[in-house]
Design a binder for this molecule. Structure first.
Ligand code: SER
Length: 340
């Protein structure tokens, strides 16, 4: 039981959770962190949290229990089935990605009503919320702004796009016909992440996974068959910049935020460019290309890059790593150490 302002992180055992817990703990050791995940929290993260709950975001009784136990004023709702995984079980993806998010928004609304302060709610959306119709349009579109090409082809992308709207509804229009005002309890803040690459963890179930998989395979001496064409291009970001963006957005004064959903980018290399830097760092790397036409189709529907000028202007999005330094200063040295 804790009546101290607490943080709730769902999907805490995933890649972003791992990095976020380290940073939250480093910034404020006294603020209780509660995590919720189906999978056990890695020991390194578990040592930094007040309580690691094993369970599902679909279990509303469990969420009600947490509501009674803690005074949560920050929610980081990271739990989701990623894009490749979701295509194999679309109905389950909808349950986890949409109903799960609704449950967390309700949780935040109730928390806000009970302690009287807005609950800051971070939601990671994705470049998967976009859907460009073909490669010519993708090439012509260049850096795509938030409100263009919102026609995703995947279940995951459709789920993310809809939950962006759900968050905006809770933040601005919740129960708009009721006599008393109910909105404003949930302070919904969302970024559309590009593909993320971490030196510490390998993703699972995503479609941007070819980049991290290629690097981790090369470093650990495993062969890797890249599932997209060499000319394939989408935006990527190094994990420390992703966590930094979460912090900047969550710390920004509310009145500075002109949108609830922000694109964020850092660099946008082709698969061939990624392979080239990986080969330079690991000359014995065994990398081949074996295109999976279906997963290729998904990556082709995502923009080559995003226009993130609103994030830069409103809350100072400023990734530290570009393509060269992400690999040269972060990924390659850390990954070499990890597999040494
Ligand atoms: N990178 C994720 C994926 O590939 C998208 O958010 O599913």
């Amino acid at each position: 039981m804790s009546r101290k302002p607490s943080v709730l992180i769902t999907g805490a055992s995933g890649e972003i959770g791992h990095a976020l817990i380290s940073r939250l703990f480093a910034e404020d050791r006294d603020r209780p962190i509660v995590t919720l995940d189906l999978n056990p929290l890695p020991a390194e993260s578990a040592a930094k949290v007040r309580q690691a709950v094993s369970g599902s975001i679909l279990d509303t009784a469990l969420l009600d229990g947490l509501l009674a136990q803690y005074e949560v004023d920050h929610v980081y709702h990271l739990a989701a089935l990623l894009s490749t995984r979701s295509e194999f079980s679309p109905a389950l993806a909808h349950k986890v990605n949409v109903e799960g998010t609704l449950n967390l928004l309700e949780f935040a609304q109730k928390q806000g009503e009970s302690h009287g302060r807005p609950v800051a709610f971070f939601y990671p959306s994705s470049i998967a919320a976009f859907g460009v119709p073909d490669l010519d349009t993708k090439a012509r579109a260049g850096k795509v702004p938030e409100d263009d090409h919102n026609v995703p082809t995947t279940m995951y992308g459709a789920n993310k796009l809809y939950c962006e709207h759900l968050g905006r509804y809770y933040a601005r229009h919740y129960k708009q016909l009721a006599a008393e005002a109910h909105s404003g309890r949930v302070d919904f803040r969302c970024v559309r992440f590009p593909g993320l690459i971490s030196a510490e963890t390998v993703p699972s179930g995503g479609t941007s996974d070819y980049a991290p998989e290629m690097i981790h395979a090369a470093a650990s001496g495993q062969p890797y068959a890249c599932f997209v064409r060499p000319d394939t291009r989408i935006p990527f970001m190094a994990m420390p910049d992703a966590v930094d963006a979460i912090f900047r957005l969550m710390e920004a004064p509310r009145e500075k935020l002109t949108r609830t959903v922000y694109n964020i980018g850092a660099f946008a290399p082709s698969a061939a460019q990624i392979e080239e830097v990986v080969r330079r760092a690991f000359p014995r790397a065994d990398i081949t290309t074996k295109v999976d036409e279906k997963r290729q189709g998904i990556v082709d529907s995502w923009p080559a890059d995003v226009d993130d000028s609103a994030a830069r202007t409103d809350w100072g999005h400023a990734p530290q790593y570009d393509f060269a330094s992400a690999f040269g200063e972060y990924l390659i040295p850390s990954i070499k150490k990890r597999y040494a």
